[in-house]
Design a protein around this ligand. Structure first.
Ligand code: IMP
Length: 423
């Protein structure tokens, strides 16, 4: 079975937990876009693991692949690889030689651009993602394979400095500093060079052998560079089609596309958010859901589940089914709401999401299932879907009715084991 797991909101839907949950010991896990701007937390009985580059199921899989569509920061890569190998020493790692490298110059430029934007700022993670993709598409980028040659790296860094001088004016990137960066990058290369290659061949082979595969999309659909809430988006495509360009594997080879939906909505950074909550309700939801960025620690903006948004994302990604996460969190509220429409004046929801038309969200009120204790979660997981509280079942069937998609995976707690599969 070849699965694709991706987020149907603004990121942070809990994709990591779903990837981890459906991964098996013999799985090949693949990431194909973005870089350390993504963040997944996996909570196991052994503790909390945070990943930014490696797919979330890396702790138990047999192979992982970082595809050519990614932008990789070598230092973060080395740290994550050494953490994961300590837990899963037999893991085989494959890194595309064609993926691009995020350097300190790019991180600096990310910050400089945000400063220059002033009130037009995007609220990026400042991990250098945008500038690295700019370099890629202007064909001046440093690819992973370049790291093997320190002089090539230095030449490219000097060229980038020259080209981007207006963004690097106050920067300390003199010749000596560039030499240092080239040395550091080349040194990191020594650590992971044996993992680097043309990953498309490994992937084609895995497909032809019918391996169990999980492709994990970074970020959410509404952060897609083309279909998201531009300019408040990330710099890569996040919809399902990005899997093909980011790995070489055609979407036709995917058996199941799982759209992950958090039971409410959150977003970090700027941009439209029709169902956003403010004040006490927002604080309650943020605290209950631990809605602080995995990557930046920033408090996330939070709001009710937004069906027009989810439906737009489900349409773009051609999802087969939905996995719903963090249902336990909503139990903190006495009354729970779901946005069903942006009002009769909005014909195409994307226009409201882009801030071009005014959304007047209409809601249905749902009964709460109340707080669920750990013991209760364990009991539900043990007994299966029938043991899910009636109010929660009602919420899930309302989501199914409003989206026209089956909800097959239901996540009701933080730890890996707190997930129920619906047959
Ligand atoms: P960038 O990807 O760092 O350029 O940031 C662009 C926007 O996307 C910002 O609002 C970020 O907060 C947001 N973003 C990027 N990746 C993620 C993610 O994985 N989860 C949530 N927000 C993200």
């Amino acid at each position: 079975m070849r699965n694709l797991v991706l987020g149907l909101q603004f990121g942070d839907e809990g994709k990591g937990k779903v990837t981890d949950f459906i991964s098996q010991e013999n799985s090949v896990l693949v990431r194909y876009n973005g870089g350390t701007n993504a963040g997944h937390t996996v909570v196991t009985k052994k503790g909390k693991f945070k990943f930014h580059l490696l797919p979330a199921g890396s702790l138990k899989a047999s192979s992982i692949v970082l595809g050519n569509g990614m932008v990789i920061e070598p230092e973060a890569l080395v740290n994550e690889i050494s953490d994961v190998l300590a837990e899963n020493p037999h893991l085989k790692i494959h890194i595309s030689s064609a993926a691009h490298v995020v350097t300190r110059l790019h991180k600096y430029m990310d910050g400089a651009q945000e400063k220059m934007r002033g009130e037009m700022k995007i609220g990026t993670t400042s991990h250098g993602i945008g500038p690295t993709y700019e370099e890629k598409y202007s064909r001046n980028g440093i690819r992973i394979e370049d790291l093997g040659n320190r002089d090539t790296v230095l030449k490219k860094l000097s060229f980038i400095r020259e080209l981007r001088s207006s963004e690097l004016t106050e920067s300390p990137f003199n010749n000596e500093e560039l030499e240092k960066i080239a040395d550091e990058l080349h040194e990191k290369w020594q650590y992971f060079r044996s993992f680097v290659g043309r990953t498309e061949y490994f992937l084609f082979d895995a497909v032809s052998k019918n391996e169990h595969m999980v492709f994990e999309g970074g970020h959410g659909t509404m952060l897609d560079i083309d279909f998201g809430t531009y300019p408040y988006v990330t710099s890569s495509n996040t919809i399902s089609g990005a899997l093909h360009t980011g790995t070489g594997i055609s979407l036709r080879k995917i058996d199941r596309i799982i759209g992950v939906v958090k039971a409410y909505t959150s977003r970090v950074g700027e941009g439209p958010f029709p169902t956003e909550l403010h004040g006490k309700d927002a604080d309650l939801l943020r605290e209950a859901g631990g809605e602080y960025g995995t990557t930046t620690g920033r408090p996330r903006r939070v709001g009710w589940l937004d069906i027009p948004l989810v439906n737009y994302a489900a349409m773009l990604n051609d999802v087969d089914e939905i996995a719903i996460t963090k249902l336990d969190v909503l139990g903190q509220f006495r009354n729970i709401r779901i946005c069903t429409s942006y009002g009769k004046n909005v014909k195409e929801p994307v226009n409201a999401l882009l801030g071009k038309e005014k959304a007047e969200p209409e809601y249905v009120e749902m009964d709460s299932w109340g707080k669920i204790g750990e013991g209760e979660i364990e009991q539900i997981v043990e007994s299966g879907y029938d043991a899910v509280p009636e109010e929660m079942k009602n919420y899930i069937s309302t989501v199914e009715r409003l989206t026209g998609k089956p909800v097959k995976i239901v996540s009701i707690g933080q730890i890996r084991e707190s997930t129920v599969v619906r047959k």
